[in-house]
Design a protein around this ligand. Structure first.
Ligand code: SF4
Ligand SMILES: [Zn+2]
Length: 392
């Protein structure tokens, strides 16, 4: 292995060099690869005698030495984050693109992503960077060449770019930020010093210890709540809904700004009872003021579901109505990417209306945002709209 390495956070050391990762609820048990080096040396001693250690380490790396997310490797009893500072995407995005509609509306966020994910959703729209985990895990020999392709950047450079591009904050997004927590924490600390906000766009599948580390530095979360069905999470995402529900409650308890996103996959996550379950959970166990974003599934850009049906406007409309019926005060609906919403209830489902008098307070056309509210309250009746701006 010849890539640069950074020791991982949140793991414990077990017997015989085994590492127990405690970053997410998967709790991977990762074996040290030194043992494989020994085996390799013993078997092919003559052949490897003059080789660099890095070379035969690489040759003998097995999936048992790598966490499920493909970002953590156990080398001789120490766990390393191989994605530290390795950025696959860096762009200035509007808050609305995260999506966050009640946090810095119309504001700019420097958005960055690395690679890897701790879930395996076949519907993933960002699979080129998230599902490197699947590739690395199943074919460890590609690790070096794949990782070396991603450019390296320092935390200070990220913050300096955010300032240069006049952003109000930095978003950890595109792939699951939990699996690049070491780098994100360093950036977040510097961002705070530069008076920038930190936004965490996540699948919510992180450990309580991870939450304790990130919570003091995060100003807003957008959490993907994909379903309200444990079976779906298990069979489709290879995960459990339980820690995600707990994390959502903890975010709310900690008083951190929260918005929730649900992707409507036809026949899987758009069932009425499931949507009602999600909406009722948000409304009754979190708050009716938590914004709920409904996103239409667009199968051609998915990882393994290109032949699946895409969402249509009717699906979005039904889900939108369910959200309202369950008492949510801010429900939004849009398509992921390509399609434009042209008519019906959904044509206005990106706007923020006052939940008290019904007046339009924030109008959104694509990513164009026009605000009529008065410092986060309704311009007509003074109702609080639960909006956080830069200086709040
Ligand atoms: S999936 Fe990754 S982050 Fe989660 S426990 Fe395994 S190695 Fe750790
Ligand atoms: Zn009003």
């Amino acid at each position: 292995m010849s890539i640069s390495l950074h020791e991982a956070l949140l793991y414990s050391k077990g017997k015989s060099g085994v590492c127990h990762c405690e970053l997410c609820p998967r709790n991977c048990v990762i074996l040290p690869y030194a043992k494989h080096v020994e085996t390799h040396r013993n078997i092919k001693h003559v052949e490897t005698q003059n080789s660099r250690v890095e070379t035969h380490c690489k040759a003998s790396l097995h999936k048992e030495n790598i966490g499920f997310c493909g970002t953590r490797v156990n080398i001789e009893g120490k766990l390393y984050a191989i994605n530290y500072g390795r950025i696959t995407s860096l762009a200035v995005d509007p808050s609305e693109k995260k999506p966050l509609y009640h946090f810095l509306p119309g504001g700019k966020l420097l958005s960055l992503g690395s690679f890897g994910c701790n879930l395996r959703c076949p519907n993933c729209h960002n699979w080129e960077i998230s599902q490197t985990s699947s590739l690395i895990h199943s074919r460890p020999e590609v690790l070096d060449s794949l990782v070396e392709n991603f450019s390296e950047i320092s935390p200070a450079e990220v913050v300096s770019q955010a300032v240069t591009y006049d952003c109000s904050g930095i978003a950890y997004t595109y792939n699951e930020p939990t699996v690049f927590v070491e780098f994100a924490l360093e950036v977040m600390k510097l961002a705070k010093k530069a008076k920038l906000k930190n936004v965490w766009v996540t699948n919510g599948f992180f450990s309580e210890s991870a939450f304790e580390r990130i919570a003091p530095l995060v100003d807003a979360f957008n959490v993907d709540l994909k379903s309200y069905d444990q079976h779906f999470y298990q069979s489709h995402c290879k995960a459990s809904i339980v820690p995600i529900i707990n994390n959502l409650k903890n975010i709310k308890k900690a008083g951190i700004h929260l918005e929730i996103t649900t992707l409507l996959i036809p026949g899987l996550t758009d069932k009425k009872n499931i949507l009602r379950g999600i909406a009722a959970f948000i409304s009754r166990q979190l708050s009716p003021n938590v914004p709920w974003h409904l996103i239409g599934f667009y199968s051609p850009i998915s990882w393994q579901m290109q032949d699946w049906e895409s969402s249509n406007e009717k699906d979005l409309e039904t889900a939108y109505k369910i959200g309202k019926e369950e008492g949510l005060r801010f429900v939004y609906a849009s398509y992921s990417g390509q399609s434009e919403i042209t008519g019906g209830v959904i044509s206005k489902a990106a706007n923020t209306y006052c939940p008290n008098c019904g007046e339009l307070n924030i109008e959104r056309l694509g990513y164009e945002v026009e605000r009529f509210d008065e410092n986060g309250t309704c311009f007509k009746c003074g109702q609080k709209l639960f909006i956080l701006d830069k200086d709040l």
